[in-house]
Design a protein around this ligand. Structure first.
Ligand code: HH2
Length: 276
């Protein structure tokens, strides 16, 4: 894949390290709320081979209540200030659905907006276009609070693909360069385990839209269903599902366990030959 600005950090297949500065994320809530702990975690993930670090201050796990803009900003600001004063050796992404929050992170040097609502905030796509940064457009059905209440699709792969195609068109018509766009099926966002498996298997349909595809399966419920393991014990399952996603065309894996995933990708590519 030829990667052009503004996604110059992307070196497919590569790893995005998750930095949740939330008290309630599903697998690591509360672990990195203190700015100095967040910085140390960011440095560790960069040293382990993450090519980008995704900072998020609002949990979007199933059942999560939305947090107010004030709370999201209050959580993020000290961490962004610390990261700006003592930058980690990897670029930053901000995981937010609010354009106001994204703007703060971009002011602090972030190069990517990771938006689980694919630009639902009317100010988001114009912001991304104006700043010339990248955006990850993700599919979510419903809202985190209720999205896992009996999600239904006719054909999940074609419905998610059509949604992403539509949001990509909306982004381009708002002035976002197509070269700035990453697409994400949104594993676990309003989908049953069977829907998630179908999407990971059928990833080629999204890859065929012509943009890098990001997959976030790390420690998620589908890995629990496939392995019978709790969230704290899903490392091997997450790596296995991630490698399958790469085999099916994923360019970026969004993960909690960076070192293990980077090693797995290296071994996978080495054995397979010619790049993964
Ligand atoms: N998953 C989560 C959050 N943000 N962004 C993208 N693009 N893709 C994903 O699959 C994705 C995401 C949920 O994982 P996590 O951040 O670990 O949990 P929480 O939302 O509870 O903070």
């Amino acid at each position: 894949m030829i990667v052009t600005p503004p996604l110059t950090w992307l070196d497919a297949p590569c790893v995005m390290g998750i930095l949740n500065v939330t008290p309630d994320s599903f697998s690591d809530g509360g672990a990195h709320v203190e700015p100095q702990v967040a910085i140390a975690r960011a440095r560790a993930m960069a040293a382990e081979g993450a090519v980008i670090l995704d900072v998020g201050a609002e949990s979007t796990r199933p059942g999560a209540y939305p947090v107010s803009e004030d709370v999201e900003i209050a959580r993020l600001t000290p961490v962004l200030a610390a990261l700006r004063d003592d930058p980690p050796p990897a670029p930053l992404s901000v995981d937010t659905r609010r354009a106001s929050v994204a703007a703060l992170a971009l002011d602090a040097g972030a190069v990517l907006v990771n938006d689980v609502t694919a630009g639902a905030d009317p100010a988001m796509l114009p912001l991304v276009a104006g700043r010339g940064v990248g955006i990850c457009l993700m599919h979510m059905r419903g809202e985190p609070l209720t999205m896992q209440d009996d999600p239904r699709y006719g054909d999940v792969v074609s419905e998610v693909t059509a949604f992403l195609e539509g949001r990509m068109a909306a982004a381009v018509s708002a002035g976002v360069s197509e070269q700035a766009i990453i697409l994400d099926p949104g594993i676990g966002f309003g989908k049953s385990a069977a829907h998630n498996v179908a999407l990971l298997r059928g990833l080629g349909a999204i890859v065929a839209l012509g943009r890098p595809v990001l997959v976030g399966v790390s420690r998620k419920g589908v890995v629990g269903v496939l392995t019978g393991r709790e969230a704290g014990d899903r490392l091997a399952g997450s790596v296995g599902a991630g490698l399958a996603a790469v085999e099916n065309g994923a360019a970026v894996l969004r993960v909690h366990d960076v070192g293990a995933t980077v090693d797995a990708l290296r071994a996978f590519a080495g054995v397979r030959g010619g790049g993964a």
